[in-house]
Write a protein that binds this ligand. Structure first.
Ligand SMILES: [Zn+2]
Length: 291
């Protein structure tokens, strides 16, 4: 009897070993990252039911509702412990995350996504053009790909399109497709209320240029030139009360808010800062066309 079982046991062990080895080989998060990406950051309430739970520079946003939380972005693979700790510090429950979103499928925002999805059972919703790159952990990314997975592959539960609404209880977020940085880069527009007033919030994925190649040579993304042009134009026309972005440095979070500062949503108004940031990116784009 044992003799008959043995080959099956060996086969099972071998497949398990193979799975573990393949997974381990697959994910290679770039090591020499900006120290500000891993540095801890004290979490705080931004406006109404919107909180900052990210690292010093990798912005992660938590939107709370009576039906659970929405988490936007996850930082690097190792950021999961900081995000968990930040949510706990705010007196909120990590296990209550129901929906996961990302502003862009790069490893500095997707690193902990697979782990958080597994631990919480939350539904991952992304723009449809981000699906492929999520499933292969960034391998198929037009600029950063081709070196294996840079984050753990994860399969989205729902694919979204420009203008789609993401709902959790009474909370509604509008997805704005802002392609260029990645094919499915997305910003989110929604309203929060703190009992005093409501704020229209834009979480913007700023269209910075990743590829070093001239656009005409990016053969796996023939629409890149037009996509950036579309995004730059669309973003200039958005109206909001406060704006935030994928990286804290992009909207000068640390000059607008210091640890321990009192609740002050208007610190994040800064239309001029947003317009100046976009004007800089427009110049970067215009220079790229002459490359
Ligand atoms: Zn990026």
């Amino acid at each position: 009897m044992f003799r008959n079982l043995l080959p099956a046991v060996i086969l099972v062990s071998f497949s398990l070993l193979l799975t573990v080895t393949v997974t381990a080989q697959k994910v290679k998060e770039p090591q020499a990252t900006n120290p500000a990406w891993s540095k801890p950051c004290q979490p705080f309430r931004i406006a109404g039911n919107l909180y900052y739970v990210g690292t010093y520079d990798l912005a992660c946003y938590l939107i709370t509702t009576p039906e659970g939380h929405i988490l936007i972005n996850t930082g690097l693979a190792a950021s999961v412990s900081q995000i968990k700790e930040n949510i706990k510090t705010l007196g909120l429950k990590y296990a209550d995350i129901r929906i996961l979103l990302t502003t862009q499928a790069h490893y500095d925002h997707m690193g902990a996504m697979a782990a958080i999805k597994k631990q919480t059972g939350a539904q991952l919703m992304v723009h449809e053009k981000e699906a492929e790159v999520l499933k292969d952990g960034g391998q198929s990314d037009y600029a950063l790909g081709g070196k294996g997975s840079s984050f753990k592959p994860v399969t989205p539960d729902h694919l979204l399109q420009d203008g789609d609404t993401i709902r959790l209880g009474q909370m509604q977020l509008k997805l704005l497709h802002h392609p260029g940085h990645t094919k499915g880069s997305s910003s989110f527009l929604f309203t929060v209320n703190d009992g005093q007033r409501s704020y229209k919030v834009l979480i913007a994925n700023m269209p910075s240029i990743v590829t070093e190649k001239p656009f005409a040579e990016v053969s796996s993304y023939p629409e890149i030139r037009n996509d950036y042009a579309y995004t730059l134009k669309a973003m200039k026309n958005i109206s909001f009360d406060i704006w935030l972005a994928s990286h804290a440095s992009q909207f000068n979070l640390h000059s607008k808010h210091k640890p321990g500062d009192a609740y002050n949503p208007s610190a994040f108004a800064d239309r001029a800062g947003y317009d100046a940031e976009l004007a800089g990116l427009q110049q970067e784009y215009d220079a790229k066309l002459k490359q």
